[in-house]
Design a protein around this ligand. Structure first.
Ligand code: SF4
Length: 321
């Protein structure tokens, strides 16, 4: 295919993307942590699993996934007959990158006859080596499914693993991985913020590694648990709509504040930390989205042999709610 040379500085990207979306019969998916301009243009805004399920349900030919790589891979595995593209291939995930297939195989060799549970923030190749996948919302239930006489290898998030141990009372082998955005959200800072805004509700969005340390600190009792809600995106928005509180402290990557503020303009939302920002999520710009949909790049296609094995733990995750 010959791609015409385009002077991008003269393009109104919003209009051009809207035209291309029709022309290409495309579905634009945006993770909650994308920049506001991308969220506003997307057909669906949500968390990683919800977006992948949208790709599966959609009758569109082209799925443009504005998120990070492992999410586009999951969409491609669930919807193998659709073309899935991501606007920037460098949009990775520091948490997913903490373990590779060789490391996992060596870990399994050291602990034979164990059940491997992988958090959704992992590559397709890691999922293919796993028995179950989980999100932070259903991780406790997934662990409770495993017979008590089985040992568990849990990866890659050490905080989510420690949280599950606290909630289930069950010891696991836990991979020492973490998301770099974790470090910016500490129990001390959250308690200070809660003291400063005693009437505010405190919302925790569990669907990304950046808050698993908060879930862990809550389960340890290190964060005051009053007015604290652990909610999905939809749950957060509904809760904010209905709550009598006028102010909310939101513990997650700052991108999610856009939807909350948009849908509740009369209420105030404070991030726990202004710089709790995932730079991978912010790599996607309107210009990159335009190029992606126009040139149908960069395709994310999981090799069939890996996809076939990865679909089993992913399906188990979807079925345990
Ligand atoms: S916030 Fe952390 S876990 Fe989520 S995509 Fe970014 S690096 Fe990965």
């Amino acid at each position: 295919m010959v791609i015409a040379q385009i002077n991008t500085s003269e393009i109104n990207f919003r209009e051009a993307i809207n035209e291309l979306r029709e022309e290409k019969n495309a579905l634009i998916l945006s993770h909650n942590y994308q920049i506001p301009e991308i969220q506003d243009l997307a057909d669906v805004v949500g968390d990683s699993l919800n977006l992948s399920l949208q790709a599966l349900k959609s009758d569109k030919d082209l799925i443009v996934f504005c998120g990070v790589n492992f999410m586009a891979e999951t969409a491609s595995i669930l919807a193998p007959n659709k073309k899935v593209v991501i606007p920037d291939l460098k949009a990775g995930c520091s948490l997913a990158d903490t373990i590779n297939v060789q490391q996992l195989r060596e870990w399994k060799d050291k602990h034979p006859d164990t059940v491997v549970i992988s958090y959704i923030n992992t590559s397709a190749a890691i999922k293919a080596e796993s028995d179950y996948c989980c999100t932070s919302s259903n991780a406790v239930k997934v662990v409770e499914e495993i017979p008590l006489n089985k040992e568990i290898l849990f990866l890659p998030d050490l905080f989510l693993g420690a949280y599950i141990e606290n909630m289930t009372g069950r010891k696991m082998h836990i991979w020492p991985g973490e998301c770099h955005v974790h470090a910016k959200l500490t129990a001390n800072e959250i308690n200070t913020m809660k003291n400063d805004l005693p009437d505010a509700d405190f919302l925790v969005h569990p669907e990304c590694g950046c808050v698993s340390n908060i879930m862990y600190e809550l389960s340890e009792g290190n964060i005051k648990n009053d007015n604290t809600k652990i909610l999905s995106t939809d749950g957060m928005i509904k809760y904010a709509n209905q709550s009598n509180a006028k102010e909310f402290v939101v513990a997650t990557e700052t991108g999610i504040l856009h939807q909350l503020q948009k849908q509740n303009p009369e209420k105030k939302f404070h991030p726990v930390k202004d710089d709790a920002v995932c730079e991978y999520m912010k790599m996607i710009t309107l210009e990159k989205l335009y190029r992606s949909i126009n040139e149908e790049i960069y395709e994310v296609k999981v090799p069939e042999e890996i996809a076939k094995r990865a679909i089993k733990p992913i399906t188990r995750m979807i079925n345990i709610v």
